[in-house]
Design a protein around this ligand. Structure first.
Ligand code: FE2
Length: 191
C-alpha cells in the first residue's frame, strides 16, 4: 500500500503541531552527568526534577527514503552558569544529515565531528541550519524567558547514538558570564 501525502500546521504561539504521534519529555534527571557543575546539578535536582525540553514527533517508518520531522522546544533555565540544553547525539548512521528551522527564541546549536572539529551556530527565528553528515548536535536555549523552538527534519534511517555524548560530553559549552554569553572549552571533556 502506498501512503498518501499529508500536511499539518505548526500554530503560533504554542508550536504544538496539529499532528503529533509522540510527545517526548526530558527532565533534569535524564541529563545526569551532562552539566559541568555537578554540585549545582544536584542542588537543583533535589529541589525539582525540572522539565528541560520536549519534542513533538511526527512518526514515519525509520527506513532509508523516509524523512522524520518534529518540533523541539528547549525551556529557559540554567544549571550553575550553563544553559538548559538537549542531550545531543550523533546519528547511528553517521553519514546522515539534519536540518533545523528556528521558529522562536534564541540559542545555539553546538556541533562536533568524531575527528574533533567543532562548530557553534546561533539560532534565532527565521534561521535555517544545515547539519552535514557526521556532526553531533545539541541545542541550547540562551533566552532568560523564552523557549527555543525549532522544526527539524532528518533521514528515516539515521538513528540516535546518545551514548558517545553521555560518555564524552561535547567539546564546547555555552555559559552565562553574567554580562554576556560565552562559548568555552569543556573542562571535563573525555577524549
Ligand atoms: Fe539528530
Amino acid at each position: 500500500m502506498q501512503d498518501k501525502p499529508f500536511s499539518y500546521t505548526i500554530p503560533y504561539p504554542g508550536f504544538k503541531p496539529s499532528r503529533v504521534d509522540n510527545h517526548l519529555q526530558r527532565h533534569l534527571s535524564d541529563l545526569k552527568g551532562q552539566f559541568s557543575n555537578e554540585k549545582a546539578y544536584q542542588t537543583l535536582l533535589k529541589k525539582e526534577d525540572v522539565l528541560l525540553y520536549e519534542v513533538y514527533e511526527i512518526k514515519r517508518p525509520e527506513v532509508e527514503g523516509e524523512i522524520l520531522m518534529g518540533i523541539s522546544i528547549v525551556h529557559p533555565g540554567k544549571v550553575g552558569n550553563e544553559f538548559f540544553m538537549t542531550k545531543g547525539h550523533f546519528h547511528t548512521i553517521l553519514g546522515t544529515a539534519e536540518m533545523y528551522y528556528c521558529l522562536h527564541g534564541e540559542g545555539f546549536m553546538v556541533m562536533e565531528t568524531p575527528e574533533g572539529d567543532t562548530a557553534v551556530e546561533a539560532l534565532a527565528p527565521g534561521k535555517v541550519l544545515y547539519i552535514p553528515p557526521r556532526w553531533a548536535h545539541r541545542s541550547v536555549c540562551t533566552s532568560r524567558q523564552q523557549d527555543l523552538v525549532t522544526f527539524f527534519a532528518y533521514p528515516g534511517n539515521a538513528g540516535h547514538d546518545y551514548g558517545t555524548i553521555e560518555e564524552k560530553g561535547f567539546r564546547k559549552l555555552i555559559i552565562d558570564r553574567g554580562d554576556g554569553i560565552e562559548i568555552i572549552d569543556n573542562p571535563s571533556f573525555n577524549e
